[in-house]
Design a protein around this ligand. Structure first.
Ligand code: KG4
Length: 350
């Protein structure tokens, strides 16, 4: 406790960002430290797991110290340590979980694991102090495209997920083929602003009626084929038009499914989260459909959309309030069911 406030130290290391944050009373972000590895992985056009875990080891102590200093807190002031324990890259997760366990043991503080997607949704609680469940959430990132019915802080039902590439992953792969850099999402977003979204007609894969699942690998292949055929014919590709047409196809599917889910489950609020939630077209399309349908829209600022530890500290606070701490036997779980994870039912996959 500090100044009568419940302090949580959050730790996140599930992919390539090492992050720590101190959050007071669940929603008040006192500090946020993020060490990004984008420059390193850019060389390879994607995240290399072994390199990611080695860099987490290098960065984690510094990132934690920075978050504590920025919050003006001592380890003694902490009431809880929360850490992403899955899903994610196992070598990366292990670094955060080990650091959190070591700190919890040394400082004699309770420890709690957090499901990474529950964390992403919690970024909206930090951004909007008035936001409370229930609502429909869309988490779109490099690893996920999920639609979730948020019934309570720890009562989450996964309605649909990607069956192949996540939206961000498809954007990164298409950008690689177009030769425009990594990560592809922000570059495509920027290029698309001066392109024509109707220049190239790509199919929208909606899957079976009533399904909230996604499939972006077919769309990715359509774009790659288009690029290869244009190159073979010696035709010039207008990158802005291609980016705009591809981006439009991705966002049409996400917005339509988000709206359908909110309507079917009777939710009046839609929250976006994950790196792709920074996308300007997704934000403006969601804003339009939410206004038309009388829904509230919640979108965190970009730094809270990408992987960060403030969202983990927030989720840790709400899980701890309902379920109490985990023991030091907490492990890292590369694959983790969302509903079970939100209840703290950690099980190693078989
Ligand atoms: O949530 P995040 O930081 O990391 C994980 O995947 O866990 O998301 C990164 C993903 C990348 O695929 C990146 O290309 C995408 O988010 N992204 C975007 C934008 N900014 C980041 N995609 C579309 N538009 C953007 N503005």
């Amino acid at each position: 406790m500090k100044d009568g406030k419940f302090l949580v130290l959050g730790i996140e290391s599930s992919c390539d960002d090492t992050s720590a944050s101190v959050v007071a009373d669940g929603r008040d972000m006192l500090s946020l430290s993020i060490s990004s590895q984008i420059d390193i992985h850019t060389l390879y056009g994607g995240v290399v797991p072994e390199i990611a875990s080695r860099n987490h080891i290098k960065n984690i102590n510094h990132v934690i110290d920075q978050a504590m200093a920025e919050a003006g807190a001592e380890f003694d002031d902490l009431d809880l340590i929360g850490v992403t324990c899955g899903p994610g890259l196992i070598g990366s997760l292990v670094v955060g979980v080990s650091a959190a366990k070591a700190l919890a043991y040394a400082a004699d503080k309770p420890l709690i694991g957090v499901h990474h997607l529950q964390g992403h949704i919690s970024a909206d609680y930090i951004e909007y102090p008035e936001l409370e469940p229930p609502f429909a959430a869309v988490v779109a990132s490099g690893g996920n495209t999920d639609i979730i019915d948020v019934r309570g802080y720890n009562d989450l039902e996964l309605l649909g997920r990607t069956r192949d590439d996540a939206a961000g992953e498809a954007m990164d792969k298409v950008a690689r083929v177009m030769g425009i850099g990594y990560p592809g999402g922000p570059v495509i977003d920027r290029l698309a602003k001066s392109g024509n979204p109707h220049a190239v007609e790509f199919g929208r894969v909606m899957l079976e009626k009533g399904s909230y699942d996604f499939s972006f690998s077919g769309l990715k292949t359509q774009v790659i084929n288009y690029v290869n055929q244009s190159r073979m014919k010696g035709e010039n590709i207008k990158k802005e038009d291609l980016a705009a047409s591809f981006q439009q196809a991705v966002m049409d599917v996400i917005t339509e499914k988000a709206l359908e889910a909110a309507c079917e489950y009777g939710r009046e609020k839609i929250a976006l989260a994950g790196g792709v939630a920074s996308n300007s077209l997704l934000r403006s399309m969601m804003k339009d459909i939410c206004t038309e349908n009388g829904f509230g829209l919640y979108v965190p600022r970009p730094v809270l959309c990408t992987d960060n530890a403030a969202m983990i500290a927030c989720a840790a606070y709400y899980r701890y309030r309902e379920f109490g701490p985990d023991g030091l036997e907490l492990d890292a779980y590369p694959v983790l069911d969302l509903a079970e994870g939100a209840r703290g039912e950690w099980q190693a996959p078989h």
